[in-house]
Write a protein that binds this ligand. Structure first.
Ligand SMILES: Nc1ncnc2c1ncn2[C@@H]1O[C@H](COP(=O)(O)OP(=O)(O)OP(=O)(O)O)[C@@H](O)[C@H]1O
Length: 272
């Protein structure tokens, strides 16, 4: 199954938010979307998930315009975990995950033992089985986030769209969640803020800047010191380890390399 954006643009509030974005998500890959706040990551994800329609261009699922497919058909193939998904309903953790089975249930076919097994496995996958009976409003932000992921797993999609999936998670759960998602036989598109996580887990990375796709490729090709400075406005040093994985070190004012650079500048300003 392939998902692609073909020259998509999208406007809101009188402004063009996405400008001519084209990309194809390869089957089975983990594609990261990175970019500064407001660069269009969430907007692109919502177009890919058919929550919004492009103003021009098209999103294609297996070559067919995604807008021509019914919601149920889309939900059986593609699951989206939104950035600020909340519910005001008085439901338990388990019931929140059971919602993932909705696209498979009919009025005359309530949930089966198979559905129960899938929900149980999804809860266990995100380390939440022990809290299955807890009411949603009593759960922490990180616990809720893990349940959103479990709900998406329970949906048994082929494509998983994750908008900042590590929000609210402590570092242990961030790594284990990305690792878990990475190990699934799924096509994954994830908007990520942590560039080191993107380097570690993504097969390819798409870089958004001011509504445009400015780079797309393997982490080691896309994550360069120049590009990170240009897109995010921060100085970094990048090292590649023996496996070709980039490790990005941010040069803050307190780091020796930055202090050295500032001192050299000071010296040249003094005419030294
Ligand atoms: N419905 C809307 N009406 C007006 N402007 C919008 C709307 N939705 C998004 N925008 C604007 O579009 C731009 C891109 O927003 P988007 O949420 O896609 O960015 P993002 O890259 O996901 O940002 P972040 O990293 O902060 O989550 C922002 O400037 C945002 O204010």
């Amino acid at each position: 199954m392939t998902l692609s954006a073909d020259d998509v643009s999208w406007s809101a509030g009188g402004a063009e938010i996405l400008k001519g974005v084209s990309l194809t998500v390869q089957r089975g890959e983990f594609l990261g979307i990175i970019g500064p706040n407001g660069s269009g990551k969430t907007s692109l994800m919502s177009l890919l998930a058919a929550i919004r329609r492009p103003k021009s261009g098209a999103v294609l699922l297996d070559g067919a315009p995604i807008g021509s497919l019914g919601r149920r058909a889309i939900a059986q193939r593609l699951a989206l975990v939104e950035q600020q998904a909340e519910t005001g309903e008085r439901i338990t953790a388990r019931q929140a995950v059971e919602l993932g089975r909705t696209p498979y249930l009919g009025a005359l076919s309530p949930s089966s033992p198979d559905d129960d097994r899938i929900v149980e496995a999804a809860l266990q996958n995100v380390d939440m089985a022990h809290l299955a009976g807890r009411l949603w409003h009593t759960l922490s932000g990180g616990e809720r986030q893990r349940l959103h992921i479990a709900r998406a797993f329970a949906q048994e999609p082929e494509i998983l769209l994750l908008d900042e999936p590590t929000n609210h998670l402590d570092i242990g759960h961030q790594i284990s969640l990305l690792d878990l998602v990475h190990r699934q036989a799924l096509t994954v598109v994830a908007a990520l803020h942590d560039l080191n996580h993107a380097a570690m887990f993504c097969d390819r990375i798409a870089v958004m800047q001011a509504g445009r796709l400015v780079a797309l490729g393997r982490p080691q090709d896309v994550l360069t010191e120049d590009r990170i400075r240009e897109v995010f406005g921060v100085d970094v040093e990048i090292e590649q380890d023996g496996e070709g994985i980039c490790h990005i070190r941010f040069l803050t004012r307190r780091s020796p390399a930055r202090i050295k650079a500032v001192r050299l500048e000071d010296l040249s300003a003094m005419g030294a």
